[in-house]
Design a protein around this ligand. Structure first.
Ligand code: F3S
Length: 81
């Protein structure tokens, strides 16, 4: 199982993550991405059926703003560097 969170300070609203994983990533009014399932806290496991999509989004983000981990982020996208 994995957790994911968007580092919104570096997101450039490119829109790739929501295309790759529409059930996991959505955008605020300015197009900045957030994780739907836990309001971008990185505290809820990504449901198994969406893990591959999240990995695609992780690899496709041009600014490396999508973080993934096997442990909770506790709301901090830079928790693991
Ligand atoms: Fe932002 Fe990266 Fe998604 S730049 S919109 S987090 S693909």
């Amino acid at each position: 199982s994995i957790f994911t969170i968007v580092h919104q300070e570096t997101c450039i609203a490119c829109g790739a993550c929501g295309a790759a994983a529409p059930e996991v990533f959505d955008y605020d009014d300015e197009g900045i991405s957030y994780v739907i399932i836990d309001d971008n806290k990185g505290t809820k496991c990504v449901p198994n059926q969406y893990v591959d999509d999240v990995l695609d989004a992780y690899e496709g983000c041009p600014t490396d703003s999508i973080k993934i981990s096997k442990k909770t982020f506790d709301g901090n996208p830079l928790k693991y560097g």
